[in-house]
Design a protein around this ligand. Structure first.
Ligand SMILES: [Zn+2]
Ligand SMILES: [Zn+2]
Length: 645
């Protein structure tokens, strides 16, 4: 009799099948609809092909589009589809790697002629053709030497390199039609299962990401189960492009990156600086109100300080070093050692604590040119940094106050949704971390307590803590639902030890201080870039670099227009008078493009009545308004830091 194996299903039922039965047959026995919808399967927690045979008793979950793992398999199969299409159209193109990404997939090709946008259209058409062929996708396992010969015979030098590196004695390949890829899988049962996909862009990419290797051509694409999902994604992508701070920043006169000065360095223009100043003023006011002392520290310091702090041993490759009078110096990559020196410059007793030192501290870090991105990844930026020196009894209250400060500030900027992560030690490897277990437990309790006090939900991430202490990271969701790195609160058991930062306890004994690093906005550059995209450049009234544009219709109205501008400026409103000899329509258009919240239009009628005709950004005409009532409204918008208009 044939050997039987038992399969337990998610609903708790069990079925038996002859050993070697393919999973697809199991799906068919459950129901034809499920068999049609299933894309792959999970066997004892491992994602496998539907064509895989059942070899032992196991737990089986059929993966339909409803399960998150299914999308990954689906997109990887679309990457294979792309590679097959490319090689059918361009037989001289050789294949590299083709993994799945967060939002889709890519495949790298070694090909002399660069791909053109027209090529992408042809490739997409070819992909559809291969989908229509509905080729079965088959896994085959073969001896390494055989696979090497196959890909060698086809001139696939990148694949043979990968097989040499990654392949065991037996390697797995996937075949659809006469196209074969060296791949771990799993894959869909056939190409006909692929429905909605789109090729998005072409970019250069070094083989295996190393500048030492040849440059390949990477084609990016994405795939969804349904056409409607794909269309929604493409729309979001368009919207993100429209909001891209790298485009809006220069267009709105906010900032630029100057090639002459070097990559990753931000030049804040007058309007950008205006917004930054408002953010900084707000930040300082909030910090003073909450018991912080503001400090200022030098941008360079002897390398000895960084050796003592330990940064020289674990952060060296990101630091700019140079010499002055034969002594080594470092351009500061972090503000922590500087704040520690201020703390240490005198003796502290427990009665002085907590001490909270805050600084908008500009730091410089070497980032590879390939990863630089607008204001998001830069080489020089200003951190809204602070360090809290306290006792372990004070720690929970301090963390709670930081959480409150973070949420209050983020809300003011219009971020109301967050994802919170609590990063703690890897319980398996306590030896990887600085400090003792008691300290780590105290710190984790303090972090959890603070989150619980505000009923904030969070994800606990074991093993994600940095070596010096546990932390909370708050990620903010923007108007497009994208997450941005935001506030962070971190304990540090390393620096107080290394720099001997202590206080005298009630028995006058030296006790190591509890040190907390925290940033609310993170980097001013990144936060600002994020704001530009969150608002699509239309800053709320209190932040707008130009709050009101005064637009005279005729020359005769100029004197009155000037007096309106002066009245606004006198009460602190940032007003601009458009005196150009242009039609009013052109002036309005320009103010709309510059995303000015209020447009005050004055013609003969307004000039003689002493009022203005108000137009609100992206909302249109509001009608005639008395200047006094407008000023009162603007004052209220400023004081309340409202999101309007
Ligand atoms: Zn693959
Ligand atoms: Zn720090």
């Amino acid at each position: 009799m044939m050997e039987q194996v038992r399969v337990s299903l998610p609903d708790g039922s069990e079925k038996t099948f002859p050993k070697g039965t393919p999973i697809l047959t199991v799906a068919e026995s459950i129901g034809p609809r499920l068999a049609r919808e299933a894309l792959a399967a999970k066997l004892d927690g491992r994602v496998v092909d539907l064509t895989s045979p059942l070899l032992a008793d196991s737990r089986l979950v059929l993966l339909t589009p409803a399960q998150p793992e299914a999308l990954e398999v689906y997109r990887h199969s679309t990457a294979h589809l792309l590679a097959q299409a490319v090689q059918e159209l361009f037989p001289d193109a050789k294949v590299g790697m083709g993994p799945v990404t967060d939002e889709g997939f890519y495949y790298d090709f070694d090909k002399k002629e660069p791909f053109t946008p027209e090529d992408l259209e042809r490739i997409e058409a070819k992909m559809r053709e291969i989908v229509a062929r509905d080729l079965p996708i088959r896994r085959r396992e073969q001896p390494k030497a055989e696979a090497l010969k196959y890909f060698g015979d086809h001139g696939e030098h990148l694949k043979t390199e990968l097989i040499q590196e990654k392949g065991g004695d037996v390697v797995s390949c996937y075949q659809q039609g006469d196209w074969v890829d060296f791949c771990r899988g799993p894959h869909l049962p056939s190409t006909g299962r692929i429905k909605a996909f789109k090729l998005l862009s072409i970019a250069g990419a070094y083989w295996k990401g190393s500048e030492k290797n040849p440059m390949l051509q990477r084609i990016y694409g994405t795939a969804f189960f349904k056409e409607a999902e794909l269309q929604a994604y493409l729309q979001r992508l368009e919207e993100a492009k429209r909001r891209d701070h790298r485009k809006l920043g220069p267009a709105l006169g906010l900032f630029s990156v100057e090639e002459t000065a070097g990559p990753g360095l931000i030049f804040w223009h007058p309007k950008g600086t205006q917004v930054r100043q408002i953010i900084e003023d707000f930040w300082k006011e909030e910090h003073r109100r909450r018991g912080y002392d503001l400090v200022t520290t030098p941008h360079i310091a002897r390398d000895e300080l960084w050796m003592r702090s330990g940064h020289f041993s674990f952060y060296r490759e990101n630091m700019y070093t140079f010499e002055i009078e034969k002594e080594g110096y470092v351009l500061k990559p972090m503000n922590c050692p500087g704040h520690s020196l201020i703390y240490k410059s005198r003796l502290h007793s427990y009665r002085d604590l907590p001490i909270r030192l805050a600084e908008l501290g500009t730091v410089y870090r070497y980032e590879r040119s390939g990863v630089l991105h607008g204001m998001m990844r830069v080489r020089g930026f200003t951190q809204d940094d602070a360090h809290i020196f306290c006792t372990s009894e004070q720690a929970p209250g301090e963390v709670l106050a930081v959480v409150d400060l973070c949420l209050a500030m983020l809300r003011t900027f219009g971020y109301s949704d967050y994802q919170i992560e609590l990063s703690v030690r890897d319980p398996e490897h306590p030896e990887k971390y600085a400090g003792d277990s008691a300290g780590w437990e105290m710190a984790e309790r303090a972090l959890v307590w603070a989150l619980d006090q505000r009923s904030l939900s969070y994800r606990r991430m074991p093993g994600e803590a940095v070596f010096y202490g546990p932390k909370i990271d708050i990620k903010m969701l923007d108007a497009l639902g994208r997450t941005w790195q935001g506030p962070t609160v971190q304990f540090d058991f390393n620096l107080p030890q290394r720099l001997d930062i202590h206080y005298l306890n009630s028995e006058s004994r030296e006790t190591p201080v509890v040190m907390i690093h925290r940033a609310v906005l993170g980097s001013l550059e990144r936060f600002f870039g994020g704001l530009v995209e969150h608002y699509a450049g239309a800053f709320p009234f209190w932040l707008a670099p130009v709050q009101a544009a005064v637009l005279p219709i005729t020359d005769r109205a100029h004197d009155f227009a000037r007096s309106v501008r002066d009245r606004l400026v006198a009460v602190g409103i940032r007003a601009h008078l458009d005196e150009r000899n242009e039609k009013i329509g052109a002036k309005i258009r320009e103010a709309e493009i510059q995303k000015v919240p209020f447009m005050l239009i004055v013609g003969d009628k307004e000039a003689s009545a002493g009022n203005v005709s108000v137009r609100v950004r992206s909302r249109g005409d509001r009608g005639i308004q008395e200047i006094d009532s407008l000023l009162a409204e603007m004052k209220e918008l400023t004081l309340s830091r409202a999101m309007a208009p």
